[in-house]
Design a protein around this ligand. Sequence first.
Ligand code: NDP
Length: 300
Amino acid sequence: MSAEIIDGKAFAADVRRKVAAQVARLKAEHGITPGLAVVLVGDDPASQVYVRNKGKMTVEAGMNSFEHRLPAETEEAALLALLDDLNADPTVHGILVQLPLPGHMDEANVINRIAPEKDVDGFHISNVGRLATGQKAMVPCTPLGCLMMLRDLHGSLSGMDAVVVGRSNIVGKPMAQLLLRDSCTVTIAHSRTRNIEELCRRADILVAAVGRAEMITGAWIKPGATVIDVGINRIPAPERGEGRTRLVGDVHFDSAARVAGAITPVPGGVGPMTIACLLANTLTACCRAHGLPEPEGLTV
Ligand code: NDP
């Protein structure tokens, strides 16, 4: 194994420490406490775990956490009314609606009801447009975390060839926008891409956001490239005992690490950065709401 392992867990802890320090300063100097409201509709077990972790880390960073749990059968109109209240509440600087929503709700309609300046997930159509046109935006947390790690590793990304595998609104597309903004030459690959392996082998930066366990092997990677693995896939792990599972990324770690220059592991790579960036975005939203300077190094 030759690649440097990018320690996302340590990086995320550092981001959370920086957020907490700036939150403490905001309180001391301005008497302001950033607040994050998380809305969960229904009782999806994975979503419950995410929401609990988000609340815990929000409080640990010194911010206010407001949790709103609604039953699965809630009418969309009731959810929209709650969002209107949160939009109008000056103690709430960030609003996150945990996805996926129950099938009877129109996800785009709900997300676009959040005030764009409080949309800490960066999914509101106005933030998507702002990011694409180079204006100040709220940037989706997972790609923001990936960009922070890439900038930390390389300094400038200017002129690098970047390939993003995956074109979702949550990861692939905003990731490509951020890399373009940092002057990479960006290609987005997806399920219809021809010669995808060859294409990936041209990348100085390869971001995998596919949702297919260990699809990208060492043979797809240019020697010395930086590999960012966003994928989170649970696969059977009979070696750990009957019925046991383990988490793997979209990249086959062992073969990729023999070729890459640097690589994020799964778990412990991109994953921890997502919540850290959510806290950073909440702090940024709070600073913007109060006309204060934005937190340094925590936004783009
Ligand atoms: P989506 O399912 O929304 O998108 C997957 C993308 O991968 C699509 O654009 C799809 O192409 C493409 N794709 C699927 N199969 C192939 C293939 N064989 N070859 C090339 N491209 C393919 O997933 P998300 O973007 O939401 O998530 C991607 C992964 O990242 C998942 O494992 C998810 O769990 C993980 N994730 C991790 C986060 C974290 O915090 N670390 C946060 C968010 C997601 P097409 O559009 O043509 O169908």
